[in-house]
Ligand binder design. Structure first.
Ligand code: HEC
Ligand code: HEC
Ligand SMILES: [Ca+2]
Ligand SMILES: [Ca+2]
Ligand SMILES: [Ca+2]
Length: 465
């Protein structure tokens, strides 16, 4: 049956006015609805308080916090340059000093558009440890910091494999990445495939790496929002630790304790996949010396010389300190709302903790913000499937720091085909969750047993972050 149209029901001269009244009423109703929902929703959407960017395009990870002061903006811009600078071998050149061995020539060559890098040589790093030297007797002969690191260096490689070199020098090794695939199925029988990397490391003399060397592969993580994580009061992170699982929920996060080279003391670890770096200045200095072969005042050459000045080092650190975190989206979408509830019901929130309030920071714009990073900054045993079997300070071979999830929904918008987890093995959020084990085994099982519609809702929630 066809409904009679407006033109038949109304005399011609009324049509226009009735239509315009209807339109006006509709506009007002929608307007009121939108303004109410926006004001009710704005604060949780603003995942990093006043330091949130509402840009959700492929440049979402490149914005400074909108509330940054003039000084902050100046530092950010200098940092942006330092982060993009490609180093070269040529002595006398303003960016001289690359290598002699290195992994990449610039920060942004690994942290693509400030997001994660790919699991490929040149971006993925291998950290290595001589496990035969791990026992106590030999440890006592080691340098103090190496002892604290629990990472006896491997002869010829140190603690990181630099598989690139400048002309005239041989790389420390050749690294080839091979992918192993395995099949599995969800509780409802739906099949999936998981892949994991294997590394063929060939030393300059043609020999493979001995089995006694523990290898920890790591992709470059994103670098946005990190100033806010640096500003979380230490006590609030420590308050979440439950090393002996006293509340019996199977989850026992614990802090890493790492060496602060400036203060020359042990302190809380916050950055890196195992919370193995204490702050962004030291993380940046380690990146220069280890990833690019650029000596600096925190890590000088043996004769005390440095290849960059402190202004450059501080600028590079300031850059990751002054990058905003992206806002959430679609918070009124019923599927996203359902996904958020499932994320909580499956205890994902026990580690991916949603809310903190920031404290003191070098950049006042980052202080006193209500932030929603979805990390507890603590180490968790994630089971054998993800284990690297390589300790890193107090982190053992099965522990990883919970990564933040804010902005993670944009990872493949910023860099298509980029992967999740420490070695980039997961091609999708589903795969990332299916690799969870250890303390996260029950969360994984909850996901595994969900009907497909619920799994889709949970994944859609992650995409909305
Ligand atoms: C060869 C690739 C590569 C280069 C070059 C590189 N990084 Fe990284 N970056 C990584 C990897 C891999 C990690 C994780 C390290 C770990 O887990 O110990 C990381 C971690 C970081 C982190 C901590 C991120 C977090 O969420 O914990 C910061 C900040 C950072 N890098 C800054 C820099 C800066 C600044 C430069 C340039 C001076 C740089 N990186 C150069 C690969 C790279
Ligand atoms: C016991 C703590 C814990 C629980 C519970 C947990 N996670 Fe994780 N999650 C982690 C850790 C640690 C990693 C990093 C592991 C790695 O890289 O090997 C991680 C990684 C991830 C990643 C990849 C992030 C990235 O940047 O690559 C996603 C996505 C994720 N978790 C989602 C979830 C979801 C969804 C749930 C609930 C079903 C959940 N997690 C439960 C600790 C946890
Ligand atoms: Ca050098
Ligand atoms: Ca090395
Ligand atoms: Ca517990």
């Amino acid at each position: 049956m066809r409904f009679p149209s407006l033109s038949i029901l109304l005399p011609k001269r009324w049509r226009f006015s009735v239509l315009s009244i209807l339109t006006t009423v509709l506009t007002i109703t929608v307007g009121i609805f939108l303004s109410v929902s926006v004001s009710a929703r704005l604060s949780p959407m603003a995942s990093a308080g006043d330091a949130t960017t509402f840009n959700r395009t492929s440049s979402a990870y490149e914005d400074a916090p909108p509330n940054l002061t003039a000084q902050g903006i100046e530092d950010h811009d200098l940092g942006d340059e330092a982060f993009e600078e490609a180093f070269v071998l040529t002595p006398g050149h303003e960016n001289a000093g690359l290598g002699p061995v290195f992994n990449n020539a610039s920060c942004v060559g690994c942290h693509i558009r400030n997001g994660r890098g790919m699991p490929e040589p040149g971006q993925l790093l291998l950290r290595v440890t001589d496990t035969t030297a791990l026992d106590d007797l030999q440890k006592s002969a080691m340098d103090k910091v190496e002892r604290l690191k629990n990472a006896p260096p491997v002869r010829g490689l140190g603690n990181q494999v630099q598989d690139f070199s400048v002309v005239g020098t041989t790389p420390e090794a050749n690294v080839e990445i091979l992918w192993k695939e395995e099949a599995g199925s969800y509780g409802d029988g739906m099949p999936y495939r998981l892949r994991s990397p294997q590394f063929n490391v060939t030393l300059p003399d043609g020999d493979p790496l001995p089995d006694t060397v523990a290898v920890s592969p790591r992709i470059p993580p994103h670098v946005y929002g990190l100033g806010l994580l640096e500003a979380i009061p230490e006590a609030d992170i420590l308050a979440l630790a439950d090393p002996d699982d006293q509340d019996g929920d199977g989850i026992s996060g614990r802090p890493n304790r790492v060496w602060d080279v400036v203060k020359q003391e042990l302190t809380l670890g916050r950055f890196g996949w195992k919370a193995n770096a204490p702050n962004l200045l030291q993380q940046s200095a380690e990146a220069y010396v280890n990833d690019m072969g650029i000596t600096n005042s925190l890590f000088p050459a043996e004769d005390g010389s440095t290849e960059i000045d402190d202004a450059t080092l501080v600028a590079a650190a300031a850059y990751s300190q002054t990058l905003a975190a992206p806002a959430r989206t679609l918070m009124d979408d019923p599927q996203v709302m359902r996904g958020e509830k499932l994320f909580s019901d499956a205890s994902c929130v026990a580690c991916h903790v949603s809310t903190f309030k920031t404290g003191k920071h070098k950049y006042p714009s980052l202080e006193n913000q209500d932030i929603h990073p979805f990390t507890d900054m603590l180490l968790h045993d994630m089971g054998e499937g993800l284990a690297d079997n390589r300790p890193d300070f107090e982190a053992n071979g099965q522990e990883w720091r919970t990564p933040s999830l804010w902005g993670v929904g944009l990872a493949q918008t910023v860099l298509p085909y980029s992967g999740y987890l420490h070695d980039g093995r997961a091609r999708t959020f589903e795969e990332a969750i299916l690799w969870h084990g250890g303390e996260a085994e029950n969360s994984k099982l909850a996901f595994d047993r969900m009907p497909k519609a619920d799994r889709d809702a949970l994944v859609r929630f992650l995409q909305s972050l």
